[in-house]
Design a protein around this ligand. Structure first.
Ligand code: AHR
Length: 336
C-alpha cells in the first residue's frame, strides 16, 4: 500500500456513521431492493461494503492514476462492491450520481467534488438517508462539517506555495513576467494553488501578467497558451496548475519557435509520468507533486466508518517536489 500520510489531524469524535450503521441495519432487515423507495444505506450488514464513487472525470494523467488507485483497491477481494461513475467535469452529473447512490441504498458514498460550492442540499439528502460520505482529493466549501465523515487529499495551498517559493528562489531580481494556467474555475485545487503561489511570490519582482483557466486539460492548456503568446511577447515563465496544461503549453511554445524550459520556464503541479519525463528532458523546470494514490486510504476510512470507529476528519497526503535532476533519478521507479 503506497501510503504517504504526513499529518493526521484528528478532529472527529466517534463517527456518526456508527449511528447510521445501526439505523440502516434496522431498516435493511426487510431487504430494501436497490433503487426502491426509502434508502437504507450505511450498513454493509452482508459483510461487503457497497461504495458509490463519483469521479470528477478523465481530464488528466493525474485523474487516470487516481481512478486506477481507487478501482485497484476497492475490489471484491478487499471486501467492496464499487459502483463508479465519471461526471465528465460537470457538477450536475455528480449530484445526479450521488442521488442515484442514495436511491440504491449504498453503504458509503465517496466523491471528488468538481467544484467547491453547492453541495449542501445533496449531502443533506445523503445524511437524511443514513449514508456516510467521504471526500477524496478535493474539498467542499460548507459550514456544516457533519455532512461528511472525512476528507482525504493533498494540501493544495501548500503545493502552490512550494511552486512559488522555488520560482522566488530562482528568479527574484530578474523582473520575470509570468502567465498562469489555472485549473477548473471554482475547483479547490485551482483556488488554493493560485492563492499559495501568489502568496509565495509576494514581495518579489516576479509578476503575473495574465491568468486564465485551461480546465486541467492538455488541449485547453495549449489553446490558452497560444492566446498568451499572441498577446504578450515578454513571457518568461508559465505556472500551470497541473502537468497536463503544462504539457499543452510546451506544444504551443514549440509551435511558436521557442524552447520550453529555456526561453520560457515552466513550473507545474502533479508529477505524473508524462510531466516527469518532460522535466527530465529539460522542457519543464520544476514540478510539485500531488499524490493521486488515494485508494488505500479511502478503503481504510470506509471500513472504519462502517465499523463505527473513530476517523480523522482531515487526512493530508504528503507531496514532494522535483527539479530536473531529481526527476531523472525518480523516473525509473515512478508508480504513476
Ligand atoms: O484535484 C487534483 C487535480 O485534478 C490534479 O492536479 C489535476 O491534474 C486534476 O485534474
Amino acid at each position: 500500500m503506497a501510503r504517504t500520510i504526513l499529518t493526521r489531524t484528528v478532529l472527529a469524535a466517534v463517527s456518526v456513521a456508527s449511528l447510521f450503521a445501526l439505523s440502516a441495519c434496522a431498516s435493511d432487515a426487510g431487504g430494501d431492493p436497490a433503487g426502491g423507495g426509502e434508502s437504507a444505506g450505511g450498513g454493509a450488514d452482508d459483510g461487503v461494503i457497497t461504495l458509490g464513487f463519483s469521479q470528477v472525470g478523465a481530464e488528466s494523467g493525474w485523474r487516470a492514476a487516481n481512478t486506477k488507485s481507487i478501482q485497484d483497491t476497492l475490489t471484491e477481494e478487499n471486501g467492496f462492491e464499487l459502483k463508479f461513475s465519471d461526471a465528465q467535469q460537470k457538477q450536475e452529473n455528480q449530484i445526479q450520481a450521488i442521488r442515484s447512490y442514495i436511491t440504491q441504498g449504498v453503504d458509503v458514498i465517496a466523491f471528488s467534488p468538481v467544484v467547491e460550492t453547492g453541495w449542501d442540499p445533496v449531502l443533506q439528502e445523503a445524511k437524511a438517508a443514513g449514508i456516510p460520505v467521504i471526500l477524496t482529493d478535493r474539498a467542499v466549501d460548507s459550514s456544516d462539517e457533519t455532512l461528511y465523515e472525512s476528507f482525504i487529499g493533498s494540501d493544495f495551498v501548500k503545493e502552490g506555495e512550494m511552486a512559488g517559493e522555488w520560482v522566488a528562489e530562482q528568479y527574484d531580481g530578474e523582473g520575470f513576467k509570468a502567465v498562469e494556467l489555472q485549473g477548473t474555475t471554482g475547483a479547490a485545487p485551482a483556488i488554493d494553488r493560485k492563492e499559495g503561489f501568489e502568496s509565495a511570490i509576494e514581495g518579489t519582482d516576479v509578476e503575473i501578467i495574465d491568468s486564465q483557466t485551461g480546465n486541467f486539460t492538455r488541449a485547453e492548456g495549449k489553446t490558452v497558451m497560444e492566446g498568451f503568446l499572441n498577446k504578450h511577447d515578454d513571457i518568461d515563465l508559465v505556472f500551470a496548475h497541473n502537468d497536463d496544461m503544462g504539457l499543452g503549453a510546451i506544444e504551443a511554445i514549440e509551435a511558436a519557435g521557442m524552447v520550453p524550459g529555456e526561453d520560457i520556464k515552466i513550473v507545474t503541479i502533479d508529477a505524473v509520468k508524462d510531466g516527469m519525463q518532460a522535466l527530465a528532458d529539460g522542457k519543464i523546470n520544476y514540478i510539485v507533486e500531488c499524490n493521486p494514490l488515494l485508494g488505500p486510504d479511502l478503503a481504510e476510512i470506509a471500513k472504519k466508518v462502517i465499523a463505527g470507529e473513530e476517523v480523522e476528519k482531515r487526512i493530508v497526503v504528503e507531496d514532494q517536489a522535483f527539479d530536473q535532476a531529481a526527476a531523472k533519478e525518480a523516473l525509473p521507479t515512478r508508480e504513476y
